[in-house]
Design a protein around this ligand. Structure first.
Ligand code: TRP
Length: 345
């Protein structure tokens, strides 16, 4: 991995999640742990990106709406602190929508179609030629999310790097137009853990494929899911040598087991033969239960006072609105827009 730029107190971080389902262990390993660390280092905005979720869920708006508060509960349950991180609802910040409209003037359709993340997603979703316009332009909306807060750091998985590149292009285009630095470029902070595979070992984690462990999984569910995790299909008898590559259980141990030395020893024994899948799975299940138990308890407690959680999101949204409003004002000025015609000369 490339060397990571360090984060300082003057940095501004923006991240977000589409509220289309409960957050799972992939979110935890990939981005939530980073946010937990960053909230102690600098200002951090976390967007519940419901507008972005609509760009490929317009047929199921209730699904998006129903998960807004759920995602907020997940954030707070894992330890995101409203005093340190600003949790905000994207669609309740109309300034972001206006900023998106303005930035759309600075990008071509051809450039949007070249975005590698968009190309992948178009293929995955089978849109073919019937691409919703809103979907094609969501990288511009995400650029507004980033530049609208003058974010300097965006923690991402490798698949989101093209989004930051596209955002920075828009920032440069706007600054060229304004002939001054109105918006600032952001740098990616690549997540340290590799993307976790789905439990089936075949595809990436996906709520719809059901190959994930949600942060809300019950102890029984957790045990059951770990038991059914994909290992090495060639490892039939305990004494057979087993393969680590592509073995989901070891991928999860790598991500969650704090005892890296013990994991290395286990891998060695597994490769040699003589280590049962069930033993490795038992270790993983115990470990994950220890991780999820306090999250589960805290979430249940928070869920009993949902209105307070809603208040936290609403308050965060107001703070976020004020921040974006300032930036939007500067961008409107760059485009010579005015709030009233009278007196403008
Ligand atoms: N595209 C991100 C995802 O699918 C969510 C997101 C929305 C985001 N706005 C953002 C991420 C701004 C980083 C910065 O997970």
């Amino acid at each position: 991995m490339e060397s990571q730029p360090s984060v300082s107190s003057s940095d501004i971080v923006v991240t977000g999640d589409r509220p289309t389902g409960p957050l799972h262990l992939g979110h935890y390993a990939g981005s939530l742990t980073t946010r937990l660390r960053l909230q102690h280092l600098c200002r951090q905005y976390i967007l519940i990106a419901d507008l972005q979720a609509l760009t490929d869920n317009a047929g199921a708006p209730a699904r998006v709406a129903d998960h807004v508060l759920e995602v907020a509960l997940d954030y707070l349950a894992v330890g995101i602190e409203p005093g340190r991180s600003t949790i905000a609802l994207q669609s309740a910040i109309p300034e972001l929508a206006e900023l998106t409209i303005l930035l759309l003037n600075l990008v071509t359709v051809a450039r949007l179609e070249r975005n590698p993340t968009i190309r992948d997603e178009i293929r995955q979703r089978g849109f073919a030629r019937d691409i919703p316009a809103g979907f094609l332009m969501y990288p511009v909306s995400q650029a507004a999310d980033i530049a609208g807060f003058r974010a300097t750091v965006v923690p991402v998985g490798a698949d989101q790097l093209p989004m930051i590149e596209q955002s920075n292009e828009l920032v440069r285009a706007l600054n060229r137009l304004a002939e001054r630095e109105v918006l600032v470029e952001a740098r990616p902070l690549l997540s340290a853990t590799q993307r976790l595979p789905g439990l089936d070992g075949k595809s990436k984690m996906s709520k719809s494929l059901g190959n994930v462990i949600n942060l809300t999984a019950s102890p029984e569910e957790l045990r059951d899911r770990v038991k059914r995790m994909y290992t090495d299909p060639g490892h039939l008898r305990v004494e057979d040598p087993g393969q680590i590559e592509g073995n989901t259980v070891f991928a999860y141990l790598d991500a969650f087991d704090p005892d890296a030395e013990e994991v290395a020893a286990l891998k060695q024994r597994y490769r040699r033969g003589g280590l049962a899948d069930s033993v490795v799975k038992q270790r993983l299940a115990t470990l994950l239960e220890a991780l999820l138990a306090p999250i589960r308890a805290r979430r249940a407690e928070l869920a009993s006072r949902r209105h307070q959680v809603a208040d936290i999101v609403d308050a965060g949204t107001q703070v976020a609105r004020a921040a974006v409003a300032q930036v939007l004002g500067d961008v409107r000025e760059a485009f010579k827009l005015r709030r009233e015609v009278r007196g403008a000369g």
